[in-house]
Design a protein around this ligand. Structure first.
Ligand code: 2DT
Ligand code: MG
Length: 241
């Protein structure tokens, strides 16, 4: 057993094309982790009803430090994030290189906060990361994949990347895309191709055609293993090194 004071949280990333279900699954994972932590460890009462009662009470006045937290890239709340937001909403045009570097800078500016969260023992569940950065930019005509990866080299390495894989032709059937930049079928097909080339040993590819509960089940099983494993190994800042 690891000393509680040195336990770190896991750095869990969700990646994939638009409408693959990343945000849904990321939120469900955080909710699951927060609730499962609030269950009493062992209880004399074995009936489901009494267990529910106990956990409800504990939910309401739990003073535990945060078990898990949701994060999202781009983080549109920062100064850099506001520029990215304007670009995505098409109220501002930016050179492809420039916006790529802004997305990367938006990750770098969050690294210290993220490291502190992990070191406090909180597991961070992140909706998009550097893989989106490289995939969306390299799907454009003139940006080379290695150039795209380079500004993110040395970022915090995810402990696991859940890649929610869905053919863009399937994704578009899910109520269609929105009005932001990149939200069109032809571009998404290129993005998926680049994504799949970026697969590394941290990836677990999930067939995103499955139902929400089916995917959630697979995700929590793997996430639990990863969280346990991470408790005893430090995080590394080795992305793409
Ligand atoms: P959301 O729809 O998830 O808010 O994403 N993108 C994202 C990039 O081009 N580079 C990046 O580094 C990241 C994190 C993916 C907004 C869009 O921004 C794209 C979709
Ligand atoms: Mg979007």
């Amino acid at each position: 057993p690891t000393d509680t004071s040195t336990r770190r949280g896991a750095f869990i990333v969700f990646e994939g094309c638009d409408r693959a279900g990343k945000s849904t699954q990321a939120a469900k994972l955080v909710e699951y982790l927060q609730n499962r932590h609030k269950q009493p460890l062992k209880n004399d009462e074995t009936s489901i009803a009494s267990n529910l009662k106990v956990s409800e009470t504990m939910t309401n006045n739990s003073n535990d430090s945060e078990v898990a937290r949701l994060w999202k890239f781009p983080d549109r709340t920062t100064l850099i994030g506001k520029m990215i937001d304007a670009y995505l909403k098409k109220t501002k045009d930016l050179d492809d290189h420039v916006v790529h570097l802004l997305f990367s800078a938006n990750r770098w500016e969050c690294m210290n906060v993220i490291k502190n969260i992990l070191m406090s023992g909180t597991t961070l569940v992140v909706d998009r990361y550097a893989y989106s950065g490289a995939a969306f930019s390299a799907a454009k005509k003139d940006l080379d994949i290695n150039w795209c990866k380079s500004p993110d080299i040395g970022l915090l390495t995810p402990d696991i990347v859940f890649f929610m894989d869905l053919e863009p032709e399937e994704a578009v059937k899910r109520g269609g895309y929105g009005k932001e930049r990149y939200e069109n079928l032809e571009f998404q097909k290129k993005v998926r191709k680049v994504f799949l080339d970026l697969k590394d040993s941290s990836w677990k590819i999930l067939d995103a055609r499955q139902t929400i509960p089916e995917l959630h089940q697979q995700i929590i099983e793997t996430a639990e293993e990863v969280i346990k494993k991470c408790e005893s190994i430090p995080f590394s800042e080795n992305l793409w090194k």
